[in-house]
Design a protein around this ligand. Structure first.
Ligand code: FEO
Length: 572
């Protein structure tokens, strides 16, 4: 059976495969999962991967999303009688992996649930019934027989504080849940086509793992102590079998780069309350786009010392309002306040749970201590939409840009004025990139645009990493390149050079029409091209976005393109 949405029939299918001796993956394939459903930018669906290890004792590693209830349980029953399962290993308690734990406990009431202490506490609240449990710590082992000895690796914050990895020394398969995953749905069980998956792998890292880069490095250190890992059995997307070293290496180098950032923002959120988790991710992504580091801390499980230590290292603090009834979380906010110092930046957002601690008194206390409000408090009045997440991301970027201001000004100062002047003689045209994805739109003035190929017709644009539109220019995204006209570009240029507030409509007061690909065409542009992002190359502080052209038109054939002449080349 499939689930129905308003207009589209969603495709949900199952796949099972033997991935190692006595080890079967049960993959729930969610082909059409909507963008913004979890990690923004998601376009290629996702999968929820569960695993069955049949030693003398039988272990099930994670379950699935509740939308797969019938399909998953039927598939599981096709492999084994659920009562035969001895252990249910919980890598992480987010509902996309633990959505069917209650069902498994009903089918197999004698099963022992294995997980980190925080995970078991969370499940107690979820299940409301006694169940057998085994709390595991880093290095603990569970012998399933037939050579399958599971060793547990603590991996807090990847993606909640409850996360553990499980390494089967018998098969050298490591079960990592969110870590090393990606939102990518295909019939391929494995990662043989690196080219097809690497953009999603990177984007997923940026959304979920970059704000936890320190935790990624700690987990990698623990992994390094294990014997060889031949396969990474992730909770989302294809399992890593062909590119384990390469893809683990990318996590290492991206995380090392993140932790070297000069400035740091601590984002306090509260897992499993309202939309705190997703909203905080969007803010964190906005911050990391500016090159400022982020650490995410769950107010639900943090201790006061950790709060003090992290706040003392931070240049900025973001807090998702916890529920007023949660005494330990509200006490943690008081600890943040007590540890905060003047000149730090502060940003607050509502979690949209049922009983958020009010923002205003908390903000005024931070201001009294001398903190500067980096973005207007984000107040959520209805279920967050794509626009809400866009607003959060842009608020995060504003905060990051403000914290990087000194560095930006320093970079603008000339080191070699002759060189800067010479570089400034590289000229470009003047263009406005416009994009629409789902319900959100964005635009950017661009000058670093250059044709790059004939077959297919293609060109490149250099997009600074902290541009809002960057999130709408992922591989596969569509946009319009509006080409401005010599002598008739000033009004558009002035409009799009403005500093827009987070979430502001960049097209207010501008004449537009809709392109076939949905993006706005600026009516006053000289020409436009409808384009599709094909590849992205990382170049220090910019992305070089190579795009192919699908169609285009010129409004005045005898007019010329506006040209941007600069004095120096070390800043825009
Ligand atoms: Fe895939 Fe954090 O759950």
């Amino acid at each position: 059976m499939v689930a129905l949405t308003d207009r589209v029939q969603k495709r949900l299918t199952m796949q099972t495969a033997e991935i190692a001796p006595d080890t079967t993956t049960i993959r729930s394939l969610d082909w059409d999962r909507d963008r913004f459903d979890i990690e923004f930018g998601l376009q290629n669906g996702t999968t929820y991967n569960s695993f069955l290890i049949q030693g003398e004792q039988i272990a099930l590693v994670d379950t699935s999303h509740e939308k797969f209830r019938q399909l998953y349980l039927d598939t599981l029953r096709g492999l084994i009688e659920p009562q035969q399962i001895n252990y249910l290993i919980i890598s992480h308690t987010e509902p996309d992996h633990s959505g069917l734990v209650k069902d498994i406990l009903e089918l197999a009431p004698e099963v022992t649930v294995v997980g980190a202490k925080v995970a078991i506490q969370f499940l107690e609240d979820l299940v409301h019934k006694p169940f057998k449990r085994q709390i595991v710590k880093n290095g603990d082992k569970l012998d399933l027989g037939k050579g399958h000895v599971l060793e547990f690796v603590n991996a807090p914050n990847l993606h909640w504080p409850d996360t553990i990895f499980s390494y089967d020394s018998g098969t050298q398969v490591m079960f990592t849940c969110d870590a090393f995953g990606m939102h990518y749905c295909s019939a391929s069980t494995y990662d043989q086509d690196l080219g097809a998956i690497e953009a999603d792998y990177r984007f997923y890292y940026e959304c979920l793992m970059a704000p936890n880069a320190r935790s990624v490095l700690s987990a990698l250190k623990r992994m390094d102590k294990l014997p060889e890992v031949k396969m990474i059995a992730t909770g989302h997307g294809p399992l890593l079998r062909y590119n384990v070293e390469e893809l683990v290496g990318r996590y290492r180098s991206w995380s090392q780069a993140q932790t070297k950032a000069e400035k740091l923002v601590i984002v306090f959120y509260i897992s499993d309350y309202g939309y705190s988790d997703r909203l905080s991710q969007a803010i964190a992504r906005g911050i990391t786009k500016t090159g400022v580091g982020v650490e995410m801390i769950d107010l639900k499980s943090v201790d006061p010392q950790e709060v003090q230590e992290s706040v003392s290292r931070a240049s900025g603090i973001v807090i998702g309002m916890p529920p007023a009834y949660n005494n330990s979380a509200t006490a943690a906010v008081s600890t943040v306040l007590a540890a905060a110092k003047s000149k730090q930046a502060i940003g607050l957002f509502e979690s949209y749970g049922e009983d958020d601690e009010p923002i205003d008194p908390v903000m005024s206390q931070f201001k009294t201590v001398g903190l500067k409000e980096a973005f207007a408090a984000i107040r959520i009045k209805e279920t967050p939409s794509e626009s809400t997440y866009q607003l959060c991301e842009e608020a995060g970027t504003d905060m990051g840009q403000w914290l990087s201001l000194e560095r930006t000004i320093k970079n603008m100062k000339s080191l070699d004025s002759e060189l800067d002047k010479a570089l400034g003689r590289i000229s470009g045209g003047l263009y406005i990139i416009t994009a629409k994805k789902g319900e959100i739109k964005s635009a950017m003035l661009a000058s670093w645009v250059s044709q790059a190929s004939f077959k297919p017709l293609g060109f490149t644009i250099a997009v600074a990493k902290d541009r809002a539109i960057e999130s709408l220019m992922q591989v596969g995204d569509k946009f319009v390149l509006n080409i401005l006209e010599e002598g008739n570009y000033q009004a558009l240029m002035k409009h799009f050079l403005k500093r827009f507030k987070p979430g502001a409509d960049r097209f207010a007061g501008v004449k537009t029409q809709s392109a076939n690909n949905g993006s706005p065409i600026l009516t006053d542009a000289l020409a436009y091209l409808e384009c599709k992002v094909s590849k992205r190359m990382e170049c220090s502080d910019h992305w070089i976005v190579y795009s192919t052209v699908e169609s285009g038109r010129v409004s005045k054939t005898d007019s010329l393109t506006a040209v941007h002449h600069r004095k120096v080349g070390n800043h825009y």
